[in-house]
Design a protein around this ligand. Structure first.
Ligand SMILES: [Fe+2]
Ligand SMILES: [Fe+2]
Length: 179
């Protein structure tokens, strides 16, 4: 049983959106007269709020990280405060994106989008390669079973199949808009 396989799958979708957002930012900085970043940011922000933050980060913060705090699970070091700190930093970059969108400031919008993208890529790399393997090694089968039950409750609450379907479809639309 894995406590992190589903989260890693979610990372893959988040990375695809990040790539799209970076491509829009780059394109719009090269051609400031086109509106692509302004037009698409509303979709990126929706995805970040609903999927990356409410769905994915909520599962990490409310479930996985809480279980990793069980005495004896993380024996060598505790990266959780740093991971939580990065979630907060990411939320700050999204607030900056929203502010730049409201004031129609292309430079600030592109900069905040790139800051978010850079932070999340690094954060996901650390989770996939350091934190999650530590979790798989440190969590007992009983704890993994409890985690799976709690994930299932959260996934039911958020209607996981519907959220995946919605954001897979949106990703395809955004990719088509960029080609
Ligand atoms: Fe995270
Ligand atoms: Fe994550």
């Amino acid at each position: 049983m894995s406590a992190t396989a589903g989260l890693m799958q979610e990372h893959q979708l988040i990375l695809k959106y990040i790539d799209l957002m970076e491509r829009c930012a780059k394109l719009n900085l090269q051609k400031p007269d086109i509106q692509i970043l302004f037009d698409q940011t509303v979709f990126f922000i929706d995805f970040i709020h609903e999927f990356a933050d409410k769905f994915h980060h909520a599962k990490e913060e409310n479930i996985l990280f809480r279980y990793l705090g069980t005495p004896g699970v993380l024996t060598h070091c505790n990266p959780i405060p740093q991971m939580m700190n990065e979630h907060q930093q990411a939320r700050g970059f999204v607030r900056n994106m929203e502010k730049a969108l409201r004031s129609k400031n292309l430079h600030d919008l592109a900069e905040s989008a790139q800051n978010y993208a850079g932070l999340l890529k690094m954060h996901i790399y650390k989770e996939d390669n350091i934190l999650y393997p530590m979790a798989e090694r440190g969590l007992s089968d009983d704890l993994k079973a409890s985690i799976s039950r709690e994930y299932a409750e959260t996934e039911a609450e958020f209607d996981s199949p519907a959220i995946w379907e919605k954001y897979d479809a949106l990703r395809i639309k955004l990719e088509n808009d960029l080609t």
